[in-house]
Design a protein around this ligand. Structure first.
Ligand SMILES: *Cc1c(COP(=O)(O)O)cnc(C)c1O
Length: 451
């Protein structure tokens, strides 16, 4: 099949779960053996089915199996994998030119993506954006910008936070295994304070948790030394932790009162994933800076920092950039993905997914006491698994449920500091019948684990 045939075929991709071999099948198994001898062992694979095509709500593997995609490549293919609008925009751009380096000879796509980000992110103040290649790179640059603007050094992050795998962002990430273990030393001047984790805060409310966190900042760092507080509005890798109401707002207010740059890391929660364009909107928080990546360009590598003009413009000319940052093909993909989200009211599509998933998962929670918590917003939903009658995390069960789902053709992800969170990130193009079918498989997985 030629590449140019992809868009029309994508439309024809049957939206069904269809297993024609075991998972993984023989072709994938052979490829996985080649992977073992060619790819660094440090690069793990969660489910070794080798994908040949994808679209709507399915992934097709090299053995001809059609799997239901509840992962979206970790919240990336929000508008559907190989979305036809994106494919056609990419094809047009790639045929025109592939790269010039925006810092050498610029092009309009970069400016248009920045205009879109400035328009769509929370707040109607004057904004600027800068484009990068990965989420971690966006976070690193947000820290650079906040330090340049405040002339301060300290960076405050949260327990259970995740910000990437580069040296600075590893230090900002909470979880040791697998992200940090044996990779130190980490960058200095990073401080971690308590998050709001309603399921595990023993009844403490959002404002009380914020009080604990800000008291720690005052006593242990000194607010006047803090350049930035960086928070995921809903924590992703930490376990889809939705803070108790008031926490996120109180942290933003504290930052504002002390001249600290408040950064919302919306790399996972942004671009309509949670039922709003950005999750910060849910509590009417207007961050000073916002980092985006993942859902921005339907899988083409692109990331951004967007925020208040006076902060973004505080950096000397030439201080921000990179060879590939804001690559023209990635920008074309982003503009097409954003256009699709606007035309199709993508936040509403995410809320529809929530309205299917949350009631069904809550029903399951009644039936299966291992489900301690059902949480999330939009198409960013999770269940927390515990040993029934306790608060003890059950990572083993999460693993067993995953294996069952994978063997039955449903691509699911686990996450969380304790590895006991089962998370769902379907693309917004997921047919509802297919989503229901996937939830049925999950229910069977619970039944199988109980017997
Ligand atoms: C994935 C993620 C990152 C890192 O993004 P990469 O593109 O993998 O570097 C940073 N922050 C959050 C909240 C993320 O979910």
């Amino acid at each position: 099949m030629t590449d140019t045939a992809a868009p029309s075929l994508q439309g024809a991709l049957p939206q069904e779960r269809r297993l024609v071999t075991e998972i993984p099948g023989p072709v994938s198994t052979a490829l996985q053996a080649r992977k073992q001898s060619a790819v660094s062992a440090g690069v793990g694979v969660m489910l070794p089915v080798y994908v040949v095509r994808a679209g709507g709500g399915v992934l097709i593997d090299a053995d001809g199996n059609s799997l239901i995609d509840l992962a979206s490549g970790i919240a990336v293919t929000t508008v559907g994998n190989a979305n036809p609008d994106v494919v056609s925009a990419v094809q047009t751009q790639v045929a025109a030119f592939t790269h010039t380096c925006f810092m050498v000879t610029p092009y309009s796509g970069y400016v248009e993506v920045c205009e879109a980000l400035n328009r769509l992110t929370p707040g109607d103040h004057e904004k600027r954006s800068a484009l990068f290649n990965s989420g971690a790179e966006a976070v690193e640059n947000a820290v650079k910008i906040a330090r340049a603007y405040t002339k301060r050094q300290a960076v405050v992050v949260l327990e259970h936070g995740y910000h990437g795998r580069t040296n600075l962002t590893m230090g900002m990430t909470a979880k040791n295994m697998p992200y940090k273990h044996s990779f130190g030393p980490f960058a200095p001047e990073i401080y971690r304070v308590p998050a709001s984790y309603p399921f595990r805060d023993r009844g403490l409310k959002g404002p009380e948790m914020a009080e604990i966190a800000t008291t720690r900042i005052d006593r242990e760092i000194g607010a006047e030394n803090v350049a930035a507080i960086i928070i995921e509005p809903i924590q992703g890798e930490g376990g889809f932790i939705v803070p108790d109401p008031g926490y996120f707002k109180a942290m933003a207010d504290f930052a504002q009162a002390h001249g600290i740059v408040f950064v919302a890391d919306e790399i996972q929660s942004g671009f309509c994933r949670t039922g709003d364009w950005f999750a910060s909107e849910y509590e009417d928080v207007v961050p000073d800076l916002i980092t985006t990546a993942k859902g921005i360009a339907d899988g083409m590598p692109l990331a951004a920092v967007t925020g208040r003009a006076e902060i973004m413009d505080a950096v000397h000319a030439g201080g921000l950039g990179g060879t590939y940052g804001g690559n023209p093909v990635a920008c074309a993909a982003a503009l097409a993905a954003i256009g699709w989200m606007e035309r199709n009211d993508a936040p509403a599509l995410a809320r529809e997914i929530e309205s299917i998933m949350i009631p069904r998962l809550k029903e399951m929670a009644v039936q299966f006491p291992a489900i301690g918590d059902v949480r999330g917003r939009g198409a960013m939903i999770a269940i927390e698994l515990i040993k029934p009658g306790t608060m003890d995390p059950d990572a083993e069960l999460a693993g067993a449920l995953s294996r069952f789902c994978h063997q039955h053709g449903v691509v699911t992800l686990t996450t969380g500091t304790h590895g006991n969170i089962f998370r769902f990130l379907p693309p917004l193009t997921m047919p509802h019948a297919l989503l229901e079918e996937a939830l049925g498989i999950l229910e069977q997985a619970f039944e199988a684990s109980a017997s």
